[in-house]
Write a protein that binds this ligand. Structure first.
Ligand SMILES: C[S@@+](CC[C@H](N)C(=O)[O-])C[C@H]1O[C@@H](n2cnc3c(N)ncnc32)[C@H](O)[C@@H]1O
Ligand SMILES: O=C(O)C(=O)C[C@]1(C(=O)O)C=C[C@@H](O)C=C1
Length: 247
């Protein structure tokens, strides 16, 4: 994995452009996401552990918005079911290229890993195969709000009985005081991880138009509207959470 540290927003920018998953972000992404998302390493590793409970023999496991394949690698470390394969999908060519390199490196270090296919595609246009596990790890928040329910409905249709969707997201809160407190504590988390006030402010304005978080209540209602029968939060750290949705 790249050890380059994230300094993308360290200097004053004349114009802060909308955040994009481009080559510059790819180079620093492992450092950026670990220092920005409280609980990220715990979430990723445990998606592997949870997936092992839901994976069905002879089925597909999807990692949607796979970035550099951290979730895919965890799935391959933990899932032992017979004849499963992982499909990792991202629409950033820079991410897909580097993700494939990392997965080749994982192949050379371990034996008997699940086979994996990395696809450069828009998950809104993907034809889903019958799947026992779908992971959306901090991806739905980057999908246009109007597209979120149709996407979740298609995922629900593709899920096999006994399977699950694991959905991790940054949350917003309907209660203004709760929202303000957890936002302030998230900023403290970033500060403690070495980000300056300037870096925090410029990143916030870069994300403003492209990352649109929902509340836990909105997630629950939308998942039920998409046809899921049960929504179980299994992790929350500050304003970041992960849910299990059962078909
Ligand atoms: C925050 S990152 C996900 C992190 C990753 N799942 C992990 O656990 O390390 C969001 C990813 O979603 C991808 N993405 C956003 N919209 C997408 C779409 N419509 N189709 C496919 N990928 C998309 C971005 O390119 C980016 O790599
Ligand atoms: O909310 C923030 O400030 C973030 O940096 C969050 C977040 C995310 O949740 O995906 C945004 C962009 C990067 O991918 C890493 C982290």
């Amino acid at each position: 994995m790249s050890k380059e540290s994230d300094r993308l927003f360290a200097q004053p920018l004349p114009l802060v452009q909308d955040f994009a998953f481009n080559e510059a972000v790819v180079r620093v992404f492992p450092d950026m996401i670990k220092r920005s998302v409280p609980g990220y390493p715990t979430i990723v590793e445990n998606i592997g552990v949870l997936a092992a409970q839901f994976a069905q023999p002879h089925s597909v496991l999807y990692d949607l918005g796979s970035s550099l394949g951290a979730v895919t690698q965890a799935l391959r470390r933990h899932v032992k079911s017979e004849d499963c394969r992982v499909i990792a999908v991202d629409n950033s060519s820079a991410m897909v290229e580097r993700c494939s390199e990392y997965l080749h490196a994982q192949d050379s270090m371990f034996q008997e890993l699940l086979p994996v296919e990395v696809i450069e595609a828009d998950i809104l246009r993907l034809e889903f195969q019958p799947a026992s596990l779908v992971a959306l790890n901090f991806t739905l928040q980057f999908i246009q709000p109007a597209q979120r329910l149709p996407l979740l409905s298609r995922i629900r249709q593709a899920l096999l009985p006994g399977g699950a969707l694991i959905l991790s997201e940054k949350l917003r809160f309907n209660d203004a005081e709760e929202h303000a407190l957890l936002t302030e504590l998230h900023i403290a988390f970033k500060r403690a991880n070495g980000y300056s006030e300037l870096e925090i402010a410029q990143k916030r304005s870069a994300l403003e138009n492209v990352m649109l978080p929902d509340s836990l209540e909105e997630h629950r209602e939308r998942l039920l509207a998409a046809g899921f029968s049960k929504v179980v939060p299994w992790f929350q750290c500050l304003n970041f959470a992960s849910l299990i949705a059962l078909p």
